[in-house]
Design a protein around this ligand. Sequence first.
Ligand SMILES: [Mn+2]
Length: 244
Amino acid sequence: MNINKIKLLHEVRAVKNKKELASLIKAQRISEKVLLDAVSFLKDGVTELQVESFIKKSFIKHGAPILSFPPIVAFGKNTANIHHESNKTKLKKGDIVMFDIGTTVNHYCSDMTRTYFWGKPNAKQKKVYLDVLKAQTLAMNKIKNGERKAWMIDKSARSFLAKKYKNNFKHGLGHGVGTVIHEWPNFKPKSTDIIPTGCVMTVEPGIYLKGFGGVRIEDMILITQKGYRLLTNIPSDLKSAILK
Ligand SMILES: [Mn+2]
């Protein structure tokens, strides 16, 4: 046997067949319904815990009760904490609101983050949002133009954000998604991964400023021969991010 034909399990697993992809997309569509439900559940004074429990119930209602990971709901300054766990913090005007949610269908995971503004964002909130969005677009364009080296794709977003926010983009740009929520390959500065056609990746730049808050925008994409296909169907332009 030709040694070059040997593939490792994580490489085989990264490439999704039609059926696997359909399950993953179905999980994402359900997440989108739940996200919209959660957004309309928001009101002044509601707590993160109340919204988190609403989200869990909503996933059950939509027939996808086995989540990819516990939902992240963060208000205000809590959005600066990447690992925030919901607490009794109440929503108030001027807050940033972050949702990071995902569920499974036939064991296939979905993953999505949206950041919103509860009321008109101030200049700094707007700027951070638009910069994170721009970083995501830069990375997506790299992929569209055929770049498949993970570190190069990560760098396109990271170097843009580093110019303005130093090292406040504290995690990898994205990861493979499948039967587990974080799987090979990885968009990271030191990654040697080459992204194969047919795998599903997240692209999720973020900026986290202690005492101010954070912005993360996370979409899932299918890597195609020529570029990518966007699997997330929720708008992320600034106007759509302003809730009141
Ligand atoms: Mn993710």
